[in-house]
Design a protein around this ligand. Structure first.
Ligand SMILES: [Mg+2]
Length: 402
């Protein structure tokens, strides 16, 4: 008769421990159905699920017990019923999620709160992993990231409620991302960025207006558009019209002094290193997008083209305005060009005009975003720089900066 036995071993880690215990199973030709091991701070947890016969099982357990006692570790046996095992097999790969916590420091109370939300929704934490490097005690301006693998059944409504609760907890020093842990999560390929106030810490149109003496008028229109109060196209037309007569040289000066947001260089270096395609989808201007493309190696730039005649802006633009709907459309097109599923795309932005693309991409990240965007987006990054996106993609410091 077939017998399934679960073995749990815990204790101080020693060299050769796994080899010695597995050696016992090997002697009896037991069949390993599952095995998992982790070693945290020199403390080992090893779980084995094996299949044997009723005749052999007693001998195996006796020998394992002897071996464990010799090694000074605790061992526990649990017989598993056939039905229990079959049900476990059937649940494979289903209902797995990833919750990522990110901040300058992640506090015990923040982890406690997030864990409570997880428990309240009937979910269970399977594993916890630190993605940032080991933390020196004096760590001003550092960053800390913890990834929780969770499992459990969520209805469509339950998932939405869970997401909302996590998002309401994020902010004030803590960023949270919640993703389904599926094949797409492991194979993101394309990242589309908004430009102004996402990649760079300014709105280019405000800079241009400032230099043209129409700063206040343009700023007021920009702010109102980003809050979603007026239509983006209309606000764009009005703002560009105010720039009539501005010299082209001013554009170049501004491009050379653009303030890059924290982590941009590190993020782009790593994304390119591991083969991500990167795009700028901007309601700003191609001039600055192309400058960033040249500087950091973005693969695509889609933005608005200002009309220039005799070295001066005419106050008009060429072609179709890149607004929120157009950004989403471009993201969809780039997925087709790159021959990938929408779920493999990531979108990052801060403004109301980024919401359509954030909603369409497999992973939509609100970056240091306006309140309306934060409230609507599924993932939020506000505490640290752009390289925080690398953790949401599941990359670890120990791999990024070995
Ligand atoms: Mg923006």
């Amino acid at each position: 008769m077939v017998e399934i036995i679960q073995v749990n071993i815990s204790g101080d880690d020693k060299p050769g421990l796994t080899a010695a215990l597995m050696g016992v199973l090997a002697r009896y030709d037991a069949f390993v159905l599952d095995i998992g091991q982790s070693n945290i701070h020199k403390s080992l947890v090893l779980g084995i699920l094996f299949k044997t016969t009723t005749e052999q099982s007693g001998f195996i357990m006796k020998d394992l017990l002897f071996e464990a006692s010799r090694l000074g570790v605790q061992i526990r046996f649990t017989p598993i019923e056939r039905d229990q095992y079959d049900a476990w097999v059937a649940r494979q790969g289903r209902n797995r999620y990833i919750v990522t916590l990110l901040g300058r420091e992640v506090t015990a109370s923040e982890i406690a709160e997030v864990s409570s939300i997880i428990t309240a929704h009937g979910l269970n934490i399977d594993a916890i992993k630190r993605l940032t490097g080991r933390m020196p005690l004096d760590n001003p301006g550092g960053k800390s990231c913890i990834e929780l693998s969770i499992r459990g059944q969520l209805t469509q409504d339950g998932r939405l409620a869970f997401q909302r609760e996590l998002m309401s907890r994020s902010g004030s020093g803590l960023d949270i991302s919640f993703q389904k842990d599926d094949i797409y999560r492991r194979s993101r390929r394309l990242i589309c960025f908004d430009m102004d106030s996402t990649l760079i810490g300014t709105e280019c149109i405000d800079e241009l207006a400032e230099r043209h003496g129409v700063g206040e008028q343009v700023k007021a229109i920009t702010a109102s558009a980003m809050r979603g109060e007026i239509d983006f196209k209309e606000s764009f037309r009005r703002r560009v019209a105010l720039l009539e007569g501005l010299s082209e040289d001013v554009m170049e000066e501004i491009a050379h002094t653009l303030p890059y947001n924290e982590g941009l260089e590190r993020m782009m270096r790593i994304l390119k290193m591991v083969g991500y395609k990167t795009a700028i989808l901007s309601g700003g201007f191609t001039y600055f997008g192309n400058y960033l493309k040249m500087k950091f190696g973005f693969d695509y730039v889609y933005a608005n083209e200002l009309e220039i005649v005799d070295g001066k802006l005419t106050g008009r633009y060429l072609g179709e305005v890149v607004d929120g709907a157009r950004k989403a459309e471009l993201l969809r097109l780039l997925c087709q060009v790159e021959n990938i599923h929408l779920e493999q795309a990531v979108a990052v932005g801060d403004g109301a005009n980024d919401l359509p693309m954030l909603g369409l991409a497999g992973l939509g990240i609100a970056y240091h975003a306006k309140p309306k965007v934060k409230a609507t987006a599924d993932q939020n990054l506000s505490t640290i720089g752009l390289d925080g996106i690398l953790y949401f993609l599941g990359l670890k410091d120990s791999q990024i900066d070995p």
